[in-house]
Ligand binder design. Sequence first.
Ligand code: PLP
Length: 345
Amino acid sequence: MTDPFIDLRSDTVTRPTPAMRRAMFEAEVGDDVYGEDPTVNRLEARAAEVCGKEAALFVPTGTMGNTIAVKCLTSHGQEVICDARGHLLNYELSMTAWFAGCLIRSIHTSGGILTWQQIEKEIRPLGPHAADTGLIELENTHNMAGGTVYPQDVLDDICHRAHQRGIRVHIDGARIFNAAAALNQPVSRICAHADTVMFCLSKALGAPAGSMLAGPRPVIDRARLYRKRLGGGMRQSGILAAAGLIALDEMPALLPRDHSNARFLAAGLAAIPGISVPPEPPQTNIVIFDVSATGRTGPEISQALKQRGVLLNAISPAAMRAVTHCDVSRAQCQTALETLAATLS
Ligand SMILES: Cc1ncc(COP(=O)(O)O)c(C=O)c1O
């Protein structure tokens, strides 16, 4: 079925590939709450291997993966440090407070990338006036900062120094495979020194649903209980895990094409009067651009583009976000640019 829209709203809109659909049809399944779904078990083992961790857990969503990680790595009443534009803080319905009973202490960063120097100033020891810091959460790649990637030495430095202070580190790696493609490093290298990592099968990797949380076996054993508490025990979820296995093994190789399309979009956007893009080309598959000099707001432009077959979200009155993925081609990126130019002219 061909889609009448060119959909640049997010990489969550990707549809399962024919190979995924075949694998789903043929998947061997069992009751995963009893640990008896062979396909889920294979996916969890493979995800653990890819992340270089002892164990992994299949969860329905990235939000649930982050929620459970924060719960497992903190004590009620602690603080969690993250970047001010982080998904954890802004788009997960305050689950850190609701489920783990922790407060987020956010830090303004350039490009979504925290450094130890910034973090150190915000770390609090437990005392009569302060709750202690239990966890640092790093988003790699960083969604709302435009798909930015942690320099590996910065990330490793944070992990080492945090551990010296008895503080844990969780990576929100919803798009960690994009980071791996940009750095030309395996995912296991990127998260080698973090305690846990969550990544999404359902975004740039194209699976219809599901995310993975990987970490030490005792943490993942507890995480499994929290998944059940949150209503995430999914029974014959091997149907979904089958697509996840294809996503893990076949889709990362395609990501450089999405990144090249994002750079192509950014260069094209920069040439449209009234639009400004960041000076650095996008590192991965997300382009955030400013439309304030067009005389139209982001939501107005979004609405006008929709009439012409292009879906593109505003993230504020002044800014829009385009996300490339496996279901948009270079030719469609070109059409989207021409449509945007025509809409604004
Ligand atoms: C950086 C980041 N983390 C976590 C999530 C949450 O994933 P989900 O939508 O599967 O809950 C998203 C979703 O867009 C994201 O961009």
